[in-house]
Ligand binder design. Structure first.
Ligand code: ARG
Length: 272
């Protein structure tokens, strides 16, 4: 009788010690909490054109993609429980990369448009933006309508490009000279074009122009007017990837509720 009194508590202590030892050794990732092995986290490839600071750019010291979009997708991944790798890619290849399976997510300051939504599924909007234009100080162009007959630099196949084409049509309808549109491959090319005198103005997303001004205080570039469109960025995915759509939207909702989104917003744009 006496022996049993000792054995039962001893066994209990040993069991508890064993369980504690197990979790410590294996780490929290290895089991799902019920002792069942966890399936390894899904890994998704995200892509963006990294000349679009502050949304995505190549960090000079690390040589790696960085920016709001890069941090955002990592935060979403952490919240939704998947792994992500962000890669730099040409703007014109992004949507094709989804279709070929080279990438699973386009996170590239991409505006949600009806035309693009024919090809891809967009996440819930994650950023409000708009098109704006800029010129060098002292330019005779004081308003958008003054662009008639002038040359504007845009990144090809972006909403800046579409806005420029619309303006051109409008000018022509009004009997004015049209807009000469220089459609360049990279988002950052447009500012160089303005600098070297290859264009009279630039149309791009307002936060990107603002970032350029911040990083080039001696550029003498001004933004004469507020944004003339309202646009929302979304993460683009393959239409059939229903599970991924859910993961992304849930992750986005989670980081908006937790304050993580606001933290990232402040890091790149200051207080709202
Ligand atoms: N928001 C614009 C669009 O969707 C421009 C995006 C350009 N993004 C980039 N990473 N270059 O057309």
């Amino acid at each position: 009788m006496k022996k049993h009194f000792l054995i039962v508590p001893l066994m209990l202590i040993m069991m508890v010690a064993l369980m504690a030892g197990c979790t410590q050794e294996a780490g929290p990732e290895a089991t799902d909490g019920n002792g069942e092995p966890k399936t390894p986290a899904m890994k998704l490839i995200a892509v963006g054109e990294c000349t679009f600071a502050p949304f995505e750019y190549i960090d000079e010291t690390t040589g790696q993609p960085a920016g709001f979009d890069v941090d955002l997708i990592h935060a979403i991944a952490e919240a939704a429980g998947f792994e992500v790798e962000y890669r730099n890619m040409d703007w014109n290849s992004l949507i094709a990369a989804l279709q070929t399976g080279e990438a699973d997510l386009v996170v590239s300051g991409m505006t949600i448009t009806d035309e693009r939504a024919l090809e891809v599924k967009f996440s819930d909007p994650y950023f409000e933006s708009g098109q704006a234009w800029c010129v060098e100080e002292g330019s005779p162009i004081k308003a958008l309508d003054d662009l008639a007959g002038k040359t504007v630099a845009v990144q090809i196949n972006t909403t800046a490009d579409y806005a420029a084409q619309k303006l051109d049509e409008k000018f022509k309808e009004e009997g004015k000279p049209g807009l000469n549109i220089k459609r360049l491959e990279q988002a950052a090319d447009v500012f160089n074009e303005l600098k070297v005198g290859g264009a009279d103005a630039v149309i791009s997303d307002l936060p990107v122009i603002q970032e350029y001004l911040k990083n080039h205080p001696d550029s003498n570039i001004i933004i004469p007017e507020p944004a003339f469109t309202v646009e929302y960025y979304g993460i683009a995915m393959r239409k059939q990837d229903k599970e991924i759509h859910e993961l992304i939207n849930k992750g986005l909702a989670t980081i908006k509720a937790s304050g993580k989104y606001d933290e990232l917003y402040e890091k790149y744009f200051g207080t709202k």
